[in-house]
Design a protein around this ligand. Structure first.
Ligand SMILES: Cc1ncc(COP(=O)(O)O)c(C=O)c1O
Length: 386
């Protein structure tokens, strides 16, 4: 399929065909893993297809980057060694000492650590704000200094929802750009660039890769000036995805739509179960009508995703015991893979925000619902909750 044709297709067609046409020499339907750091030149400066050195560009990575741009309805995609490498490259591409960021007051712990412990000492300051409250986000902006309004939606781990379209207006009115970390929703459920965001961030380690076998990150933009700045920094800083990782991530992306639908089906069933369980307090899932972001999520997401958080009535120790007691749900960090994971954010993924205003409740448990047989998942939670 030609790229022109692929890029005009539906989501699944783009995920499978964008970024790569079968190899003209062999007809290989998958992008070869170009394990080559350098490329023969036809005379000095005579590059074949623009390839000279694999930090600058590698054909396996190019294929992934084209596919990522297509599924996010963007113009350019950039693949990195991890989500945090993507975030670091973005921060250094678009901010300078003296600049200011607005970040979610329940940001992913690693993002907060990067902003607070790495960017801040270099002179880029930040103010946390609840991304579901537009007035508070607007109040956190320092006109003339705030370069980026950085949001996740849904957030990790409290699954708060920000209204991307409205946040874009708030950011743009103040001369700032809107960055959306789309890791939790995945491009199948939500495409922030179509709602006015300027930059999409991904930890492709999660739903895009989908099999818990590769760490990676991505940035996607529409604006070509932004693309040039990010592309320059991607090469200058060098935190690129290697060809083996790019191949695995691209392979995962091709099945994102079918996996994501099953993640959502299973999550909906588990939410019903948890809501009826006496040991469970609040169940946090944007698909619940009682969730304060339900309406906005329904407007901007295709479905409500595979992540669920819940509070255990008996408190922190019981929450820890539940996490230790499951057998089908694996106790572990990360999310978005085919296998179900359970974790205690306060002691695990979000330990780095303990003692800050981003601290999460001790009785909170987070589930990344996989695509196993849903009855097995429910039975496992039932046993663990006791
Ligand atoms: C929402 C979110 N953004 C970014 C990251 C960082 O990505 P990585 O672990 O690939 O560096 C994570 C990792 O858990 C995440 O959950």
């Amino acid at each position: 399929m030609t790229q022109e044709h692929a890029n005009k297709g539906g989501f699944e067609t783009r995920a499978i065909h964008a970024g790569y046409e079968p190899d003209p020499t062999t007809g290989a339907v998958n992008p070869p893993i170009y394990a080559s750091s350098t490329y023969k030149q036809d005379g000095v400066g005579g590059l074949r297809g623009g390839y000279e050195y694999s930090r600058s560009a590698n054909p396996t990575r190019t294929a992934l980057e084209g596919a990522l741009a297509a599924v996010e309805s963007g113009e350019r995609g950039f693949a990195f060694a991890s989500g945090l490498a993507a975030e670091d490259t973005l921060l250094r591409s678009l901010t300078r000492p003296g600049d200011h960021l607005v970040i979610p007051d329940d940001a992913y712990g690693g993002t907060f650590r990067l902003v607070d412990k790495v960017a801040q000492p270099w002179g880029v300051e930040h103010t946390p704000a609840p991304i579901s409250d537009l007035d508070k986000v607007a109040a956190a902006i320092q006109p003339g200094r705030t370069r980026l309004v950085w949001v996740e939606t849904p957030t990790n781990p409290l699954l708060n929802i920000g209204d991307i379209e409205a946040l874009a207006t708030v950011a743009h009115d103040a001369g700032a750009l809107l960055v959306v970390d789309n890791t939790f929703a995945s491009p199948y459920l939500q495409q922030p660039l179509t709602l006015g965001a300027d930059v999409v961030v991904h930890s492709t380690t999660k739903y895009v890769g989908g099999h818990s076998d590769v760490v990676g990150g991505a940035l996607v933009v529409r604006d070509l000036d932004l693309a040039e700045r990010i592309g320059f920094h991607q090469n200058a800083m060098g935190a690129v995805a290697g060809p083996f990782d790019a191949y695995l991530t691209h392979r995962g992306l091709k099945t994102l739509a079918v996996r994501m639908d099953r993640h959502c089906d299973n999550a909906e069933r588990i939410v019903d179960f948890l809501c009826a369980h006496p040991a469970v307090g609040d169940v946090i899932y944007p698909g619940l009508e009682t969730h304060p972001g339900h309406h906005v999520a329904g407007k901007q997401m295709k479905r409500f995703g595979g992540m669920i958080s819940f509070r255990v009535r008996a408190g922190e120790q019981k929450a820890l015991d539940v996490c230790a007691a499951t057998e089908v749900f694996t106790l572990g960090e990360s999310l978005g893979g085919v296998e179900s994971l359970i974790e205690h954010p306060g002691r695990m993924t979000h330990a780095s925000v303990a003692g800050t205003e981003l601290e999460v409740p001790g009785d909170l448990v987070r589930l990344s619902v996989g695509i196993e047989t849903v009855e097995d998942l429910i039975g496992d939670l039932d046993r663990a909750l006791g």
